[in-house]
Design a protein around this ligand. Structure first.
Ligand SMILES: Nc1nc2c(ncn2[C@@H]2O[C@H](COP(=O)(O)OP(=O)(O)OP(=O)(O)O)[C@@H](O)[C@H]2O)c(=O)[nH]1
Ligand SMILES: [Mg+2]
Length: 303
């Protein structure tokens, strides 16, 4: 008899695309389900820009979650078009779609996402997130009832990704809907993305936290150096902005903003990579990069 559990006849495995409008909690949820904080999150919408995998392996199953940028309408700039392509692309070839919505808050953005899901082949499970924000829990049932009528869904599961409420049940619902199949990834692996990618994202998360409403959309982070020296990771990152006025804001008076961003990002990197990190940040200008297809490609926004 084989000792490899992935070869037993009940092991389930498959891809689950997490789809939803911006800011609904997709990345918070993937971090919760995978049990690692590796996908960046923020209060501001349109934080996630790339598709990335989060892999959860257990005895019974391996669920390969796909985090995606929030699908949004009226995408004017090249960066937004890239983000929407990254999200739509996740609908192809997956075993299951997890449509994430927000409790008590159905918007035009959700209608837009639902319209995109109509063309998808995979069955859809809906999760109703942020139930912790609903004061009167009695309003949840009618909301879920309404939602259930909007399309054909396998199941509708209320959750709080932030607090972890009911996320184990969600995982069970998803597992049961996946095909019986051996694991595709090594059980130690939790993402398809490199440490370099995750490091760049951590810097971007801290910038998004500290800067005003618009600026986060005008910057991109590129890792220039990533070396292990005497058990310490030496990481150098460039923060690309679009104008010199933005550069001044990112650096801050006497370099205060940049220093704080670096310190916050370094702490997260040390926690995730499990070693000491020396982080250096530079701010540079690449005019209009976010609406320039070629600049985007050079910065790693590649389909
Ligand atoms: N109260 C509450 N807040 C939540 C919950 N899940 C996520 N949030 C918050 O919602 C905000 C957006 O979360 P993200 O995980 O970045 O959302 P997202 O869907 O990945 O957003 P984009 O990447 O921009 O599409 C953050 O401030 C989260 O802390 C939840 O269950 N309850
Ligand atoms: Mg996200």
């Amino acid at each position: 008899m084989s000792s490899d559990k992935s070869e037993t006849s009940t092991h389930r495995c498959g891809h689950v695309a997490i789809i939803g409008r911006p800011n609904v909690g997709k990345s918070t949820l993937i971090n919760r389900l995978v049990g690692q904080k590796f996908s960046i999150t923020s209060r501001k919408a349109q934080t996630t820009r790339h598709r990335l995998l989060g892999i959860k392996s257990s005895e019974a199953a391996q669920i390969i979650y796909v985090d995606t940028p929030g699908l949004h309408a009226g995408a004017g700039r090249a960066l937004n078009r890239y983000m929407n392509r990254a999200a739509s692309g996740a609908l192809v070839g997956v075993d299951l779609i997890l449509f994430l919505t927000e409790a008590g808050k159905w918007t035009d953005g959700d209608d837009h996402v639902l319209a995109r899901l109509a063309d998808a082949d995979a069955p859809i499970v809906v999760a109703v997130n942020k139930v912790d924000k609903v004061a009167d829990k009695q309003t949840l049932l009618p909301f879920i009832d309404e939602l259930s009528k909007r399309a054909e869904f396998l199941d509708v599961v209320p959750i709080s990704a932030l607090q972890g409420t009911n996320t184990e049940r969600l995982e069970q619902v998803l597992t049961d809907a996946l095909p019986v199949r051996p694991a595709l990834y090594d059980e130690e692996q939790f993402t398809d993305r490199s440490e370099r990618f995750l490091a760049a994202e951590m810097v971007r998360e801290k910038l998004t936290d500290r800067l005003g409403q618009e600026l986060p959309y005008r910057l991109s982070v590129e890792i220039e150096a990533f070396q292990l020296e005497d058990s310490m990771l030496k990481i150098g990152a460039i923060i690309w902005v679009e104008r010199s006025s933005q550069k001044g804001i990112v650096i801050g008076r006497q370099g205060r903003v940049l220093k704080a961003v670096g310190s916050d990002a370094r702490k997260d990197m040390e926690a995730l990579f499990g070693r000491k990190v020396f982080l250096e940040l530079w701010v540079k200008i690449k005019e209009g990069w976010s609406n320039d297809e070629q600049a985007l490609q050079r910065l790693g926004y590649v389909d």
